[in-house]
Design a binder for this molecule. Structure first.
Ligand code: ZN
Length: 253
């Protein structure tokens, strides 16, 4: 009985949130008209852009996201991988406006990628192309939510940065005084933004950890550039946040 009541409460909350979303959304649109909804989802999306096939960082398998959201808002819904959506956005309105070919790399909880090739978003045969966060760079390395070991995002993401910092404290490594003070007995207080603040304040270990992250990202980008953009003529950063939540790069060729 409790679970039935809980499901009913959850359904009501979801509907209420959808209603608020529609009201707020209409405020931003000319004429207040919403004709459809596009969702950038952090996972492998199906080629028909209805379903999240697999989302390593939020534990979804075959989630019919478009169907669920469409039932709440009574509008057409399209689901796209979040990095693909970002790549298309930058290609259409942002840093990639002056090129027909680009790779966008997002670095946050994981590492995502989106490729625009000859002016078209490249999805590959199954709709899941450019999942660059899951290219294996370290054989038998750190376990990844995708089931492999040694994936790029286990070394080049905000999550990797935080994990490395917490490990340094747990291991009692030298130079961790500022991180220990930050944690104050609770490792969850060591976050990406907090580490960035410490680095800005000159903490040597935080700077070292960020430099290590940058080195890992650079190594991955070099591999990708050699595959996709050997004749790369431009590399520009599109920084959405200087304080560590997420950021992205555009490589145009
Ligand atoms: Zn992986």
């Amino acid at each position: 009985m409790d679970s039935i009541r809980q499901n009913k409460v959850n359904s009501l909350m979801q509907q209420e949130l959808a209603n608020i979303f529609l009201i707020e959304g209409r405020n931003y649109l000319p004429g207040g008209l919403i004709v459809g909804i596009g969702i950038g989802a952090a996972g492998f999306t199906s080629s028909d852009r209805r379903t999240v096939r697999f989302a390593p960082n939020i534990d979804w398998i075959d989630e019919p996201l478009a169907e669920h959201i469409s039932a709440l808002v009574d509008l057409p819904v399209v689901v796209e991988n979040d990095a693909n959506a970002a790549a298309w956005g930058e290609f259409t309105f942002g840093a990639g406006e002056d090129t027909d070919d680009l790779l966008l790399v997002t670095v946050g909880t994981g590492v995502g990628g989106g490729i625009v090739h000859h002016g078209q978003l490249y999805r590959g045969g199954f709709g899941i192309a450019a999942e660059i966060g899951h290219m294996r760079i370290v054989p038998d390395g750190v376990a990844c939510g995708c089931g492999q070991r040694g994936c790029f995002e286990q070394y080049a993401s905000g999550s990797a940065l935080v994990r490395n910092a917490r490990e340094r404290v747990t291991n009692g490594d030298p130079g961790t005084a500022a991180l220990k003070a930050l944690a104050d007995g609770d490792l969850s207080k060591i976050t990406g933004p907090a580490l960035t603040d410490l680095a800005h304040d000159g903490d040597v270990l935080s700077i070292e950890l960020l430099a290590e992250l940058g080195h890992r990202i650079g190594e991955g980008l070099a591999i990708l550039a050699s595959i996709l953009a050997e004749a790369s003529r431009a590399s520009s950063a599109s920084s959405h946040s200087a304080r560590g939540r997420s950021f992205s790069w555009i490589l145009s060729c």
